[in-house]
Design a binder for this molecule. Structure first.
Ligand SMILES: [Zn+2]
Length: 375
């Protein structure tokens, strides 16, 4: 494995910064079963998944994580994800880690990382190790990219946003609302590569991945059961059930390193989940659609695939995921128990108990969560 922290030769520092790859994006349907409407609000909601792993069970000890981007303080939606991941770790007798996902530096707000750590602590959610900052991890991401290049699964791309839009239009593909179109593959090596243009970004060759890896019998035993016929990645979500996605058709060759030199979310998450030994990813449902890309990268890099649980989103007044863009307020933590109760209610936990201390509430909800795992 190579070790250079330097950019690969011939990779210019692009003058114009592209935002593509900057954040997780919805790339079409996850193509599987939504929970049926009117799902019972039972304490035994089937979030434990098909293979509950009791504390102390055989296999890797449970390690979970909460991985916020420091683009602002926690809001009601991010507290739900934090609480769910903490409860899942505690209910499994496992460890809970914190990772600050600050690769997209232009979007990060100075001091927000410290504020998030303080907000979590006020809610009794204290990580079992010092946080990991993604901004300190460039060498590991570079090593992973080189591994993908060496195995023919990553290639440089010279396209600007405009180039991509023109190629899509020429192919008769028009932009659909709320859905980003797959990259048309202009710079794939078998189509002539860069055509003399300067490399701007690096992309994952999803077509080659599907040919090379999904058909390989050795990978059929993985958690991500593949589908040789369609090239789709199949995976199991502990709440959403069976999911599948064909990357080459539904997502296209996604960005690994951006034209502005920043690391793309997908690669950073996969490298860091492995480095932190994460066995279980518990996060908001808006990220469910990213999972097949991450499974593909894990497979290509020879890394383990964690189990996944995607929690229901907190929606803003406009029906979209709660975010700063649609008016999410920073959490009012003058009464942390109150903020936690709201988050717990969203997770269908009993939030109305009279005992109000943060510690007592967390203990009660941990027991409820544990009961779900064995229900
Ligand atoms: Zn290109």
């Amino acid at each position: 494995m190579t070790h250079a922290a330097e950019p690969p030769p011939g990779r210019p520092k692009a003058a114009s910064a592209l935002a593509e790859g900057s954040e997780p994006r919805a790339a079409g349907s996850v193509g599987a079963s939504e929970p049926p409407p009117g799902r019972p609000k039972a304490a035994s909601a089937p979030w434990g998944g098909s293979e509950p792993r009791a504390a102390g069970s055989v296999g890797a000890p449970y390690i979970g994580r909460f991985a916020p981007s420091p683009t602002g303080p926690l809001h009601a939606g991010s507290l739900v994800a934090a609480l769910a991941s903490w409860l899942d770790a505690r209910a499994h007798g496992g460890r809970w880690l914190l990772r600050i996902e600050d690769v997209d530096t232009p979007r990060c707000v100075p001091g927000a990382d410290r504020l998030i750590v303080q907000q979590l602590a006020r809610c009794g959610l204290v990580p079992d190790a010092p946080p990991l900052w993604q901004s300190s991890r460039a060498a590991a991401y570079q090593t992973a990219l080189e591994q993908l290049i060496d195995s023919g699964l990553a290639y440089p791309c010279a396209c600007s946003r405009q180039d991509i839009a023109q190629a899509q239009a020429a192919a008769g593909i028009t932009r659909q609302r709320g859905r980003e179109l797959p990259y048309p593959g202009t710079c794939r090596p078998e189509r002539g590569g860069l055509h003399g243009r300067a490399a701007r970004a690096w992309r994952m060759h999803t077509g080659r991945f599907e040919q090379k890896w999904l058909a390989a019998p050795v990978h059929q035993a993985r958690a991500a059961i593949n589908d040789e016929a369609s090239g789709a990645i199949h995976w199991h979500d502990r709440r959403l059930g069976a999911q599948q996605q064909q990357l080459s058709r539904e997502v296209g060759d996604f960005v690994l390193k951006r034209a502005d030199g920043l690391w793309a979310y997908q690669l950073a998450v996969v490298v860091d989940d492995a480095a932190q030994g994460i066995t279980d990813v518990v996060r908001g449902q808006d990220l469910a659609d990213n999972t097949p890309r991450q499974i593909a990268l894990q497979t290509a890099l020879g890394l383990p695939t964690p189990r996944y649980l995607h929690t229901p989103l907190v929606l803003g007044a406009d029906g979209e995921k709660l975010s700063k863009q649609n008016g999410a307020q920073a959490l009012d933590l003058s009464d942390p128990a109150r903020a936690l109760r709201a988050a717990a209610r969203h997770l269908q936990l009993d939030a109305d108990a009279s005992d109000g201390s943060v510690g007592a509430l967390l203990t009660r909800w941990t027991a409820q969560w544990q009961a779900r795992l064995t229900a």
